[in-house]
Design a protein around this ligand. Structure first.
Ligand code: A3P
Length: 322
């Protein structure tokens, strides 16, 4: 779809997100107005390959972790000194395609690469993915997270990176809850975004894997084994005579991808990414389940819970018991 066609679809419906950025609605989802050209180019020009691996997510649901895990599974035989994540933030190594599609870095990485198993990433909802991706047979790994932690994580993140003209105070949490619940936020609404991938994962389990941040926290080894098998790089524990060796491999992947390690790397402490113009440290905070309890009032939490029940009713997906 060209930018002209997208403009026709979404002619004037622009609103301000958190008093800072114009967002526009297209096909039921909201996008930063300044990214329309990039989104349109990604949707029309991207040429997927059948062995591509596409990480998809709503922002703040565990994208950084999942990218690191996929990378470390695919490159688990690399020597420590070849560990590229010690020099690059995961978002530079695997840039968000809908955001950075028109940059030289993505053009070089994506369009001029003949590598197999290219690791790619996007925040686009399933129904907005390039038609070519949906028909390519490439593997899609989706991660989601309980809505209240997603909302709180997003509130922290956007307060760090969004420069509002008004003042430097954090955007009011009440306003963040409001925009989350009415779905008017970049890549939102959250629920429709999640359900799109959930339903596709049920239709095409061999091509779309659906993970949750909470399952990754609860049973990381099991989830990493599942992910590795899905990516075609299984660990061999079940058939291995020496299960311990294999367990070490799983632990190595988990450690290399861990918040504790990545957060302490120099590149993720004091570097502002040239590509994203964001301080790499912004991607790493607490990484816990249930941090919303420290921020949301019972009324706010109740409102989100009610909406979650309503929106996920009948889907078979549950995200509200954390
Ligand atoms: P919190 O803000 O709750 O701490 P995304 O990567 O989609 O932007 O999501 C960011 C959230 O994932 C943040 O959650 C961040 O701390 C957490 N996170 C980032 N890297 C992680 C990692 N390697 N392991 C676990 N959680 C991670």
């Amino acid at each position: 779809m060209s930018i002209e066609e997208m403009n026709e679809l979404a002619p004037k419906k622009e609103v301000m997100f958190w008093n800072a950025h114009e967002i526009r609605q297209i096909e039921g989802f909201w996008f930063y107005a300044y990214l329309m050209e990039s989104v349109a180019a990604f949707r029309s020009d991207f040429q997927p390959k059948s062995d591509d691996i596409l990480v998809t997510s709503f922002p703040k649901t565990g994208t950084t972790w999942l990218v690191a895990l996929c990378h470390n599974i695919l490159h688990r035989d690399d020597r420590v000194e070849d560990d590229v994540l010690t020099r690059m933030n995961p978002h530079e190594l695997v840039p968000t395609l809908d955001v950075f599609f028109l940059t030289d870095q993505v053009q070089d990485l994506v369009l001029n690469s003949d590598r197999s198993n290219r690791l790619l990433q996007t925040h686009l909802p399933y129904t907005c993915l390039p038609e070519a991706v949906r028909n390519s047979g490439c593997k899609i790994v989706h991660v989601t997270r309980n809505p209240k932690d997603t909302l709180v994580s997003m509130w922290h993140f956007f307060n760090k990176i969004v420069k509002r003209d008004r003042d430097t105070d954090p955007f009011p949490l009440e306003g963040a809850v409001e925009s989350f619940c009415n779905g008017v936020l970049p890549w939102g609404p959250f629920y429709e975004h999640v359900v799109g991938y959930w339903e596709e994962s049920r239709k095409r389990p061999d091509e779309v894997l659906f993970l949750t941040y909470e399952d990754l926290c609860r049973d990381p080894k099991e989830e990493v084994r599942k992910l590795a098998s899905f990516l075609g790089k299984p660990f061999s524990s079940t058939s291995s005579v020496n299960g311990d060796d294999d367990d070490d491999e799983v632990e190595k992947v988990l450690w290399r991808s861990s918040l504790g390690r990545l957060k302490e790397l120099e590149v993720n402490k004091n570097v502002v990414s040239e590509l994203t113009q964001i301080s790499n440290s912004s991607y790493f905070r607490k990484g816990t389940v249930g941090d919303w309890k420290n921020y949301l009032t019972p009324q706010m939490a109740g409102r989100v819970d009610q909406l979650t029940q309503l929106k996920l009713q009948g889907t078979g997906l549950s995200l509200d018991d954390f």
